[in-house]
Design a protein around this ligand. Sequence first.
Ligand SMILES: *Cc1c(COP(=O)(O)O)cnc(C)c1O
Length: 420
Amino acid sequence: MEKKTFVTKDQLDAITAQYPTPFHLYDERGIRENARALKAAFAWNVGYKEFFAVKATPTPAILNILREEGCGTDCSSLTELMLSDRCGFTGPEMMFSSNNTPPEEFELAAKLGATINLDDFTHIDFLRDTVGYIPETISCRFNPGGTFTLGESEEGFQVMDNPGEAKYGFTRAQMTDGFRKLKEMGAKHFGIHAFLASNTISNEYYPALARILFQTAVELKEETGCHIAFINLSGGIGIPYRPEQQKNDIAVIGEGVRKAYEEILVPAGMGDVAICTELGRFMLGPYGCLVTKAIHEKHTYKEYVGVDACAANLMRPAMYGAYHHITVMGKEDAPCDHMYDVTGSLCENNDKFAVDRMLPKIDKGDTLVIHDTGAHGFAMGYQYNGKLRSAELLLREDGSVKLIRRAETPEDYFATMLFD
Ligand SMILES: *Cc1c(COP(=O)(O)O)cnc(C)c1O
């Protein structure tokens, strides 16, 4: 089964004639259409807003597109807050969801007016001592503990995670105590957040998470009398990395959340609660790819194709054994009758984009598209082995291409080194 690339061979030949590989390429049309579909799926909720998880793709041109589509940002660090600020996001268009938070990050978040999402009970006093006050609007991250499972498929559970082992969030009892304490310290409007599972390809995950959070919100309101202003369903909606996987249907997901909202929140007199999402992968993953060229072939105990990208450009296969589909441009319809390991050049044997992958015969000079690198791709890049981060390019809706981040040069590599 073949996954389609969002760029044609002719377009890519023209691009690689101008920009040397490797680079990440993003699809503006796909990003905008997907962002609009998400917005439409939650249009039933008056206060709905997506806060894009900046860590997935911290690139100004991408953040600007999402801002034009009505998104805010979700920041997890000092520099992500600075980046959002520089891209023109203001005040409550920014969510700050961090953990083990250094004081200067709370200081900047408060100064910019970002909505602060506390990760721990002890951060209540820490925030007050750091910035001098508790903001009127504040959010707390809930960790229900135990294990979270959803549905059963032939390969086992569709979604399974282990919140009890996760370092994030307040316990259920701490949520009640935390809301009471924050209220006494001056908070007026409260948010509830939870992040349970990553990369779920199930339309049931978000509605199931919503039910847990909505029920918790009703209880917290009864216990503490606090005004629950918003519920943040966080990230975790996945994408089909493998060609045989089914895409999530965001309209079905939005409808599932609406049903839970009307069954749980509306009867409790909480029909004014705004829904927030903090999606990263779903917003960008499929709309980026890593473009690389085959530069070597090696025949030893296995058949290897060496490409000019490496794990420093895309860490997920090396780090998690993650599957990323590969298309050999111009050979989309050729039989996949050769088995290859597709490797980078790091001195690490896990630097392989694919292991034992059936592909068409690859020749030196072929252009390979590694799919679904738009989120947690470039962003996880690093400089091990003295490798440099690649450029990022944007394929615009009119078919033209724009450089949105230049490739690093050796000067960038040496910039922080002190030679005397
Ligand atoms: C990483 C992260 C996200 C985004 O997760 P995706 O799986 O990319 O949707 C959202 N919220 C928080 C707090 C995160 O840490």
